[in-house]
Write a protein that binds this ligand. Structure first.
Ligand code: MF3
Ligand code: CO
Length: 248
């Protein structure tokens, strides 16, 4: 079931989303060699709690933290740790805030100091994939228009698109329908309708799109241990087009 949201409900979701946006805005200038992902975790949790919101991932299906911190070959769901980030790392920070029962979800990749040209290209192309996907999220289009734009851009740059982790509808629940992969064909899939709220969150890999999961049951890594990046926004479909609720 796809749960359509009223304009009033979209404004409530935007408030939750803007708490997440503030987390990312705050952390962006602080990410540099030496900071730990546990410090980032505490900053995110502090901002979420300050707004009277809840760190939704903490306890979600047993996930222990307010953020996911995914370094280098980690695609998603990495645990924050006390290991300092190092020059040349890339790290994706993902969080979900719950405010007044509504959820906002956004992930962002960050460069730690100077990074390799390959890492820089991967981050740039991944962000472009998100932007190209959002541009296709028009009422009347189909999800395949969104996902094929993402897949075409990633693959034409020699990168892979992760299949095993999905984008999702979002509202009062984190994973509402539609749950969908970031690959597809133009003109195929669910028709996009005013009132839909869903994430677009391409996970793009330097090499293979296959992944493994660590013994902690969460940490998803590329099979070939090459780099992965991810940018995620929560978007609402309006008559005028997509609105980025987690816009920073
Ligand atoms: N952004 C993630 C998602 O799209 C947030 C969930 S992380 C989890 O599902 F660890 F809590 F599952
Ligand atoms: Co998500």
């Amino acid at each position: 079931m796809v749960i359509l949201k009223s304009k009033h409900e979209i404004e409530a979701i935007r408030k939750a989303c803007q708490v997440v946006a503030e987390c990312h805005r705050t952390i962006a200038p602080l990410i540099q060699p030496g900071i730990t992902t546990n410090e980032i975790e505490r900053i995110f949790e502090g901002i979420i709690l300050k707004h009277g919101a809840k760190p939704y991932t903490k306890g979600y299906k047993g996930y222990p933290y307010a953020t996911c911190a995914s370094v280098n070959d980690v695609i998603a769901h990495g645990f924050p740790s006390d290991k300092p980030l190092e020059e040349g790392d890339i790290v994706t920070i993902d969080t979900v805030a719950e405010l007044d029962g509504w959820l906002g979800d956004s992930a962002w990749s960050y460069a730690v100091g100077n990074i390799s040209p390959t890492a820089e290209k991967l981050m740039r192309v991944t962000k472009e994939c998100l932007d190209l996907g959002i541009a296709q999220a028009q009422p009347g289009n189909r999800l395949g228009d969104v996902t094929s734009a993402i897949q075409r851009h990633a693959e034409s740059n020699g990168f892979g698109v992760v299949r095993d982790l999905l984008a999702h509808g979002i509202g009062r629940d984190l994973h509402e329908e539609p749950n969908y992969m970031h690959v597809g064909k133009p003109g195929k899939g669910l028709r996009i309708k005013e009132g839909m709220v869903f994430t677009i969150e391409p996970m793009i890999t330097e090499g293979t799109y296959y992944m493994t999961i660590d013994a902690d049951d969460w940490t998803a890594r590329t099979l070939d241990r090459k780099l992965a990046a991810q940018y995620e926004h929560t978007i609402a479909i309006t008559a005028e087009g997509p609105q980025i609720l987690t816009a920073q």
